[in-house]
Design a binder for this molecule. Structure first.
Ligand SMILES: [Cu+2]
Length: 65
């Protein structure tokens, strides 16, 4: 389980874009976006860096928390 803070994630469009980007690199990932604390929790076999770059490709800077 990897948790990221994504400060600019602010609405359903953002979460959908992030979820889509993660699923493109790992279709089996479990993703939980929380708009209240701007966090994304991902369960995936991929390394943290790969997940983070997928989020970045979607247009969001994130920090592994
Ligand atoms: Cu948004």
């Amino acid at each position: 389980m990897t948790r990221f803070t994504v400060p600019e994630m602010s609405c359903g469009h953002c979460t959908a874009a992030i979820e889509k980007a993660i699923r493109e690199v790992d279709a089996a990932a479990t993703i939980d976006c929380n708009l209240d604390d701007h966090s994304v929790t991902i369960s995936s076999d991929l390394p943290t860096k790969a997940l983070q770059s997928a989020i970045y490709e979607a247009g969001y800077k994130s920090e592994a928390a």
